[in-house]
Design a protein around this ligand. Structure first.
Ligand code: ZN
Length: 330
């Protein structure tokens, strides 16, 4: 099982999958769909009796684990008859062509209720910001990605994923170093919201009780406190930079990075945002050397959580310009 509501903003892609080799962090080399690429994961039975995804080898931090193109992109509609028409147009008529779609879990289908397109989409869909429904000139709010749909959830996830509307793919990255045999876990909800809220949403929307280490045991309150701080610091940092309190902003940036590490939420995706704040802060305050340090980190993190070459190129150009600027000052 694996699911994120299409209509919900999260902070937050079986047989014909595309996977990527890794070895190093140079993801630009790993985006090919060459058959010779090494598969880094396998499908396994999960603790719920469904299908989960497991690392089939040790996976270094920032590795591009897989690229998943959608089998379906849907607009913001819930009407079953309309969804059936969209399915027919994109996947095929009811029957063999829908095998892969119909194999996905529908948590709302308890006997005697059968699976519905709406139920499968609500259970397995991921947001697709910037996408359009094929052959219809309307935005696609979400898509069904056959491999990513099999990932289970944890509030201490070990993968992140990012949708690239230009290439119409989900790219899944290692948020930390992952050992062979470890289950690959994403987070269906914002992990910085309180545990009780996360558990309530997961139970209501996805029909399971989260028992991850951040939701279970004696330190739930402690985790909640740290995570609330991670969330509030984001606004504080922005506010301090905006009002020119650069030293206070840097203190807040360092604290946020520490808390992200303590909570094991220090994925390149999460750090990228905070390092970028550090860059903005030092750039505004005129400390070009420090700004350069932060921008180098931004570049490194970006290369470990995004396959958009244009974005990486843009940061590289900014880096070069800043290096020139710092040289002139020196
Ligand atoms: Zn949890």
């Amino acid at each position: 099982m694996s699911r994120v509501s299409l209509l919900e903003k999260v902070t937050l892609t079986l047989e014909d999958f595309v996977s990527a080799k890794t070895k190093n962090h140079n993801i630009m080399e790993n985006t090919s769909t060459d058959d010779s690429l090494i598969k880094l994961y396998r499908f396994d039975r999960d603790k719920f009796g469904g299908i989960g995804v497991t690392a089939s080898t040790n996976i270094p931090l920032g590795t591009l684990i897989l690229i998943d193109p959608p089998i379906l992109l849907v607009p913001d509609v819930e009407e079953e008859s309309i969804l059936q028409n969209i399915l027919t147009a994109q996947v095929g008529p009811p029957g063999a062509s829908r095998k892969k779609f119909n194999a996905l879990v529908d948590v709302y289908a308890n006997p005697p209720h059968k699976k519905t397109a709406k139920g499968i989409i609500r259970t397995n869909g991921y947001p697709t910001i910037g996408a359009f429904v094929p052959d219809m000139d309307i935005p696609a709010v979400g898509g069904i990605f056959p491999i990513l749909s099999r990932f289970n959830s944890s509030c201490i996830p070990n993968v992140t994923h990012r949708y690239d509307p230009e290439r119409n793919i989900q790219a899944v990255f290692a948020a930390r170093a992952i050992s062979e045999g470890e289950e690959l876990l994403t987070c269906y909800v914002d992990p910085t919201t309180p545990s009780a809220d996360r558990k309530a949403v997961l139970l209501e929307r996805f029909k399971f009780e989260c028992t991850c280490d951040a939701c279970h045991g004696d330190s739930v309150d402690e985790h909640d406190l740290s995570r609330r701080r991670i969330s509030s610091l984001d606004d504080e940092i922005f506010e301090k930079i905006r009002s020119g309190k650069y030293n206070l902003a840097l203190d807040a940036i360092n604290l946020r990075i520490k808390l992200l590490k303590d909570e094991q939420l220090d994925s390149p995706e999460a750090l990228l945002r905070t390092y970028n704040d550090g860059y903005q802060c030092c750039d505004h305050s005129g400390d070009h050397l420090k700004a350069l340090d932060y921008l180098r980190k931004v570049h490194e993190m970006q290369s470990m959580c995004d396959i958009s070459k244009s974005k990486l190129e843009e940061i590289k150009n900014r880096l070069q310009a800043l290096e020139e600027k710092a040289k002139c000052k020196a």
